[in-house]
Design a protein around this ligand. Structure first.
Ligand SMILES: Cc1cc2nc3c(=O)[nH]c(=O)nc-3n(C[C@H](O)[C@H](O)[C@H](O)COP(=O)(O)OP(=O)(O)OC[C@H]3O[C@@H](n4cnc5c(N)ncnc54)[C@H](O)[C@@H]3O)c2cc1C
Length: 372
């Protein structure tokens, strides 16, 4: 049986970032994944993720600064472009929860931004429709993250520091005791001092902890540009005041198309039910956004992609020790902003392995739920 200091189950963005963080700290680490990441059977599918500097959900600004620094450091380490600085526009009416919280967050941050009128914003980007009663928050340094470069970069950087990965190896069993952990796949058995579980949407199935977690199906479509193929900034269109609906959003993709989706439509699934089939109703909802907001795009998509994210009941992440085992660390509840924060979440999960607590980590602990 092979032995490691730490085994990390899941080598998507959180698990891969944790493996890199632990390898940097000198641990002998093994990363295991049931598939070959990047893939489109979990939460990181597709080519891109938006990485605005603002947030609407109360994560400390320091985490944004640290995660972007880590992505840049990874890009230098593996000599790959991971972040594309396209700028981000957040469009909405004053009084909309998402719009107001974004503005408040930026006002407290050191990041550059401008509050623009619809006319000024439409001058900046011809072919985008902004309503007269809306305002636009322009973040010039908003980014798009290239998923494949990011995930493969994390694997490469971790390997260079001695970490090992085994892909297409589903973990079928694990046990923990104060003496260490044992992990089994169909092919092999492994032993380690500590275990990190970062299996994304599969967390509930894998952990069986009855966590307050749901898994939501998400659908994105790519549309060709009608006029030219210059890189557009990323967009968020906030729902009007009084609506709790999450924004629709979009960004330029490396193939010259523009990806558009509507976040958090409430379509809960079990992770093994996810297929890449899309319905006509799902397409029509996104086409409505394209026709209303982005007439610069042709309304017939070139492709679609289905993905799923998991969400804890309070919308925040779950980063903590397993309630029954001190040497098992759990990262779950990735939600719709878990990719851009993935690099710093890897560091936080590595801190938990080293039993380093912090006030920031306390925000994401299990104790906030009554049952744990
Ligand atoms: C459509 C969509 C758009 C999004 N847009 C954004 C965005 O713009 N910005 C942003 O920051 N975030 C975004 N997100 C969220 C982000 O992609 C996720 O938060 C992030 O990918 C979560 O990473 P993860 O490592 O937790 O999960 P994953 O990347 O899914 O990794 C989990 C891994 O665990 C493996 N695994 C599961 N079970 C086992 C097992 N038994 N044995 C071994 N391995 C196992 C899986 O194969 C998988 O590779 C979006 C998500 C979706 C679906």
């Amino acid at each position: 049986m092979r032995e490691y200091d730490v085994i990390v189950v899941g080598s998507g963005v959180w698990g891969a970032a944790t493996t890199w963080a632990l390898a940097k700290r000198g641990y002998r680490v093994l990363g295991l994944d049931q598939y070959l990441p990047p893939h489109n059977k979990g939460s990181h599918g597709g080519e891109t993720r938006l990485a605005r500097l603002s947030n609407s959900s109360g994560e400390p600004i320091q985490l944004t600064i640290e995660t972007l620094d880590l992505w840049r450091a990874l890009g230098r380490e593996v000599d790959q472009q991971i972040l594309l600085e396209t700028g981000t526009m957040f469009v909405g009416q004053a009084g909309s929860r998402w719009f107001d919280s974004t503005l408040e967050n930026l006002a407290e941050s050191p990041f550059d931004y401008e509050l623009e009128t619809p006319a000024k914003a439409m001058e900046r980007i011809a072919g985008v429709k902004i309503m007269p009663n809306e305002s636009v928050i322009w973040e010039p340094a908003g980014n798009v993250i290239l998923v494949e470069s990011a995930i493969k970069g994390l694997h490469l950087a971790a390997r260079r520091l001695g970490a090992e990965f085994e892909f297409n190896r589903a973990v079928t069993d694990w046990t923990a005791s104060p003496r260490g952990v044992k992990v089994a796949t169909v092919e092999s058995k492994y032993r380690a001092q500590k275990l990190v579980i970062a299996v994304g949407a599969f967390s509930e199935t894998f952990l069986g902890l009855n966590l307050p977690l749901i898994v939501e199906r998400q659908v994105v479509f790519n549309f060709p540009m009608i006029r030219d193929s210059h890189v557009l900034p990323s967009f968020y269109f906030a729902a009007p005041p009084g609506s709790e609906a999450a924004p629709s959003y979009g960004c330029s993709e490396p193939d010259g198309t523009y990806k558009v989706s509507i976040a958090g439509t409430g379509n809960c699934i079990s992770p093994d039910e996810m297929t890449q089939n899309v319905t006509h109703a799902e397409l029509e909802r996104v086409q409505d956004v394209v026709m209303e907001r982005l007439p610069i795009l042709d309304k017939e998509p070139t492709k679609s992609m289905v993905c799923m994210w998991s969400e804890v009941s309070d919308g925040s992440w779950l980063l903590d020790k397993h309630p029954s085992y001190n040497n098992v660390i759990v990262g779950a509840g990735c939600n719709g902003r878990g990719f851009r924060y993935g690099a710093v979440i890897g560091e936080m999960l590595a801190d938990l392995v080293e039993e380093k607590g912090s006030s920031v980590l306390n925000m994401f602990g299990m104790k906030r739920f009554d049952d744990y």
